[in-house]
Design a protein around this ligand. Structure first.
Ligand code: PAF
Length: 281
């Protein structure tokens, strides 16, 4: 595996691949890689001739300086995992390389960015759109892979792709969970043993709510999820919304297979997760 730190070198490598008629898969990450990321890499490996993984903690998407400063950075271990997964190029730029000048682009992300993470983390999605659009311009992949844990982020990226006219297939990949159900996240390492022990309750309670949904209203299910999670030690729900799977707008009924998206503070660690209410084929 080659480690590339400059945009020029990345362009050179992927241009040569495309010129040879080979398909390029891109997996954008912020590092601190776990099995969830590796499952995206493995899928990219199966579906493309050449695989690029970017490892870049993007400052423009953090609206909280402490979160940016404490975000885990584990480059050496990340590179070992990527090499073992058969990646061709790890693109690991500096902040100056990605942003030689401040990025002042403001994306018209529309309704998908106006709910949930949008108001909770002002500027976050614009920062995601900035960095992902740059990665798409530099790597010009055939396909790009994103995890469904960040369900709303995928809708935002699809919107950015539509705005910018990128001819790139966005591939969404299922959430990877620990054996006890906790969604894998780079932030999980910050949980204390007591918090880690209760964190799987998020998925357990969401899964139970799917079973209860057919006989209840959306408002009742929402309330029962919030109450049940808030009753667990160390946990406080920031929001729970049951939304349309494409528009991200809150729904009032179970048609269109809505998705429940949750953010929970477990101590001071912000965990996100979601669940599909498959009510229609
Ligand atoms: O999901 C993430 O890890 C980040 O938001 C992404 C897509 C790599 C952009 O920095």
């Amino acid at each position: 595996m080659e480690i590339i730190r400059t945009v020029d070198q990345l362009r050179e490598r992927v241009d040569a691949q495309r010129a040879a008629g080979r398909e390029v898969g891109l997996v954008p990450t912020m590092g601190a890689l776990h099995e969830g990321h590796i499952s995206l890499v493995e899928r990219a490996r199966r579906e493309n001739d050449f695989v690029v993984v970017s490892v870049f903690v993007n400052p423009t998407q953090f609206n909280n300086a402490t979160d940016l400063a404490t975000y885990p950075r584990t480059e050496e271990a990340d590179c070992e995992k990527l090499a073992a997964a058969g990646v061709d190029v790890a693109f690991i730029p500096t902040v100056d390389e990605m942003y030689p000048a401040p990025d002042e682009r403001v994306f018209d992300l529309g309704e998908v960015a106006e709910v949930m993470e949008g108001p909770m983390r002002p500027g976050h999605f614009n920062g995601v759109a900035q960095v992902v659009s740059k990665l798409f311009m530099f790597a010009r992949p055939t396909r790009a892979y994103f995890g469904e844990k960040d369900f709303q982020q995928i809708a935002v990226i699809r919107r950015m792709v539509e705005l910018e006219g990128f001819d790139i297939e966005i591939v969404d990949c299922p959430i990877k969970r620990a054996d006890d159900g906790l969604a894998l996240s780079s932030r999980n390492v910050r949980l204390t043993p007591e918090q880690r022990a209760v964190a799987p309750m998020i998925h357990r309670i969401l899964a139970e709510s799917v079973a209860m949904a057919p006989g209840k209203s959306v408002a009742e299910v929402k309330k029962s999820v919030i109450d049940a999670i808030n009753a667990v030690d160390h946990m406080e729900v920031e929001y729970y919304e049951i939304v349309h799977p494409l528009t991200m707008q809150p729904v009032n009924d179970w048609k269109d297979n809505p998705v429940g998206c949750i953010t929970v503070y477990c101590g001071d660690v912000r965990l996100i997760d979601n669940i599909k209410y498959r009510t229609q084929e």
